[in-house]
Design a protein around this ligand. Structure first.
Ligand code: ZN
Length: 238
């Protein structure tokens, strides 16, 4: 996994450079974090778009769901706290979990595309990637009635060709919690809180109990410090 991620990071950096300026201004996301994905627990050095982090706003984003158990726990915790987040869904995980997707929509969370089967979209024939994105968007729209406008490409792997073919806004991140790897609630909370003052878009995965616990603990901690939590769309509007 480590090798794979590093290879992917190197391969996509060039492509992402073409998109970088637009993406930074649009969503406050940073591709440099791809190259630092293995630097667990180091302070993220990248700088977010100023319009995104003014006012102590954070956008919690969750990839790889919906998960029958953990997405449900997370959604209930977010509802209790009146907090909205952004979810980037895997199309194959939607059948059987439609009620969770409906709960996301009902509670005002942003729902975007992750992929159909968690592939590297920039590393396979473009027609196949476009089809996977379309199919995932179809599945989301079939449940929510709304066509997704945002995509979080797996591994952050995107290209100018995909951008030309897919009329969606790619969303990256500027705080990588590595929650899928460390599975340590206290460590995840500490990492987010340490970076909250200067970063905006937090990458997590609603597929682990530790991630759910960390997200809710982070919300409680940072809310007490005056932070507010927004969706990617609200971040853009601000
Ligand atoms: Zn993923």
């Amino acid at each position: 996994m480590r090798k794979k991620l590093l290879c992917l990071c190197a391969a996509v950096l060039l492509d992402l450079c073409f998109l970088g300026i637009v993406c930074r201004l649009a969503v406050g996301m940073q591709w440099e974090d791809l190259a630092k994905v293995e630097q667990a627990d180091q302070t993220d050095q990248t700088v977010s778009s100023p319009e995104c982090f003014s006012g102590g706003e954070l956008a919690l984003t969750f990839d790889d769901g919906p998960h029958r158990v953990y997405t449900k726990k997370l959604l209930d915790g977010l509802r209790e706290r009146g907090v909205k987040a952004s979810f980037f869904l895997v199309g194959e995980n939607i059948p059987g979990n439609e009620e969770l997707v409906r709960q996301m929509a009902k509670d005002g969370h942003l729902i975007g595309v992750h992929c159909m089967a968690h592939v590297d979209l920039a590393r396979q024939p473009i027609e196949k990637s476009v089809e996977e994105i379309r199919e995932t968007a179809d599945r989301i729209e079939a449940v929510t009635g709304k066509r997704p406008e945002y995509i979080r490409p797996p591994y952050g792997s995107w290209s100018t060709e995909l951008q030309e073919k897919v009329s969606m806004t790619p969303v990256f991140w500027d705080v990588d919690t590595l929650d899928w790897k460390n599975r340590n609630t206290a460590r995840i909370v500490k990492h987010i809180c340490k970076n909250a003052a200067v970063h905006t878009v937090v990458l997590m995965h609603d597929a682990y109990q530790t991630s759910v616990d960390a997200a809710l603990e982070t919300i409680d901690t940072l809310t007490a410090e005056g932070y507010t939590f927004v969706t990617i769309e609200e971040c853009l509007i601000d």
